[in-house]
Design a protein around this ligand. Structure first.
Ligand code: GRF
Length: 193
């Protein structure tokens, strides 16, 4: 399946997906990396890996989220996208866009969903006295961080952990989790088609 990856920043999860997709038997082939921030570091990483990388800046669209998304959609369709992976993409998507790509769009979120949707997940887990944190790859549905779970990875909280140490320890787990979960999502789409 032709894969587009949406990012807003560093793009380390995107890089992990590109690396996995370099294997000849991987079920997704990256056709586009798209960032809503023109200065996202991940754009450079994608170009260096030989993948088409574009910015669709959300700022000129102001409050008109759908107009921004129509511009993204044009780029996605133009690249022949069949599955979208959100990887640190920090814009909330409208129901229009989510419904258009429903069943073909997945996201990685740094919590053990359904716990801690939204931002500051690790701090909130620490404050709540959790014993573990984790990451979840899920199908994207109209509710934020709300779709059906594909796969999770977890990590024990150790004495002295902070939100930053947890995020740093979780990142390599995310990089292993996301390619596996994306492959599962591809299998599901192939069965549905
Ligand atoms: C990751 O922690 C991911 O779970 C979250 O945003 C972060 C993105 O990091 N959605 P990167 O841009 O993939 O390095």
């Amino acid at each position: 399946l032709n894969l587009a990856i949406l990012i807003s920043g560093r793009g380390s999860n995107m890089a992990a997906l590109l690396k996995a997709a370099a294997a000849p038997d991987y079920p997704a082939r990256p056709v586009l990396v798209l960032s809503n921030r023109p200065d996202a570091l991940g754009l450079e990483t994608a170009l260096a890996a030989g993948v088409q990388a574009v910015a669709v800046d959300h700022k000129p669209f102001g409050k008109d989220r759908e107009a921004f998304e129509r511009a993204m959609d044009t780029a996605l369709v133009g690249a022949g996208t069949q599955i979208i992976a959100l990887a640190g993409f920090m814009r909330v998507l409208t129901p229009w866009f989510v419904e258009k790509w429903q069943g073909r769009m997945i996201n990685i979120h740094p919590s053990l969903l359904p716990k801690y949707k939204g931002l500051d997940t690790h701090q909130r887990a620490l404050d709540a006295g959790e014993t573990e944190v984790g990451a979840t790859v899920h199908w994207v549905s109209p509710g934020v961080d709300d779709g059906e779970i594909i796969q999770q990875a977890s990590l024990p909280i150790l004495p002295g952990d902070t939100a930053d140490t947890l995020a740093a320890r979780l990142l390599p787990l995310e990089h292993a989790l996301y390619p596996e979960a994306l492959a599962r999502a591809c299998t599901r789409i192939a069965q549905a088609d």
